[in-house]
Each structure stands twice: as structure tokens, then as C-alpha cells.
Design a protein. Sequence first.
Length: 276
Amino acid sequence: MTMRRGVTLIELLVAVVVAMVLLTMAIRVQATVERTGRSRLERLGATASLRAAAKLVRWEWAGFGFDSMAGADFAVTGAGRVSYRGQSGLLAVCHVSGDTLFVDPARLAAWRHRLPIAGRDSLLVYLPGDSAIGIDAWLPASVVSGPDPGVCPGGIAGIRYRVAWTAYAGPVAEQTVARSYEPLELRAYNSAGSWQLGQVGLASGGVVQPALGPLAAGGFEILPVNGAGVVTGATGATGLEIRLRMLTGRETAVGPGRVPRMEDSLGFRMRLENVP
């Protein structure tokens, strides 16, 4: 006679407990993998943002310097704030008559991403001097009106701007070049408890346009430095040191809320120098 033995209650309870332990371990492993993956993705995103910021700085600020007439191209206006001349391109000035400039738009077009706009942009007009005086400086001028249709010498179609010169009574070359720029400010600001980096158009009175974040508190610094790398005033600076630090995070708990969260940071330091 064959006897069949069933599963006892104790064996069933042991199997359920072992299954629950294994399931709990699997959930914890999965949560750890997900948490690690999110942390890595967040850090990769911060790295990409910092690289984009570095490219922007190199493009926008690589030509910064100090001119005997126009002064510095930048000014550190406070902690985490810097105003600067945001270059928009070069203009080929074909004729100057009083407060009116005539520009040949076909020349130097590859070095310009847009034409100046009255009330928003300003100019730095190059003064080479004459046979008796070599000025070699840039004369600031604000754009009062334009662009309007005009004619360059020789009947070439041009663009006319009316400008307001700074206090200067010397000669202005008939044919020269001008740098167009928009006064901008880059600043760190707090929004809903989070520090961000944003840009403001000073001439147009615009609002802050977010550019990068979140930042660590005090995570944006810009310092004028001299040739020896020592922090100095803007008038004696030959370069800039930019320091930027972004926040990333690492979750240190498992569960629906996934708290607490440990903050981490990622930053870079860059020095731009403009010396002979």
C-alpha cells in the first residue's frame, strides 16, 4: 500500500518566509540599481551642462580686454554678478558724416550674427588716428536709430545708423570698422530655494533668462586676474578666472519617498587671458 505524504503547515510557512526574503532582496537590489542609474544620469547631465557653459564662456568672453578709450569689456558688479559687452559682430563702416554711420552689410557678414538694433545695441568704432596721431582705440557710441536704407560711396547699397558719440572731439576715419554689442549681465539668483545662473539684457530691461542650474550656494564666481594669476581690479586685469559649481544628488534611502537625499557637486575652473 502506497502512502502519500502532503506538505505540512510548517513547511509551507518556511517556503513563504524564504520567498518573502528573496522578494525583499530582489526589490532592494532593483531599487539600488535604479538609484545608482539616476545618480549617474544626473551627474552626466550636470557634466554636459558644465561643458556647454565652458563653450559659451570661450565664445562670448575670449576677446575680453581693456581699451584706453572704451575701458574694460566687463565689470564685476557684485558677488555672483558680472556685466559685460555681449559681442554681436563686426561692421564695415564705409562712410562717417557727423553722427551718422553708413555700413556696408555685405562685408564682414561672416563675423556677424545680427545687425545692431537701436535702443538695444551699442557700438565701439575703431579710431586708427591719422598721419600725425595714431590713436589705436575704440570709441563708444550708442545706436539712436537704424538700421535704415543708405548708400555707401560708389553707389553701393548700405545701411544707415544715427549714433550718439561719447565726449570726443577728434577725427573719425571715413572708413573703419565697428564692434556691435549688447550690454548683458550674468548673475546667480535664487528661485524657489534653488540657485540658478541667468542672463539679463541690461539695455532692453529684460527679465532673467535661466541658463544653468541648479548651482551650489556661492557656486558662481568671476574674478579679474593679472598676468601672474593674482586677483586684481578690472583696470589692471589681463584675464578672468571663472568658477562654476553645480549641484547633483545621490539618494541614500529606499522607499516610495526615497529620502534622505545626499547632495553632491560638480564644478570647473577656467582662466581666460588676453596678453600680448
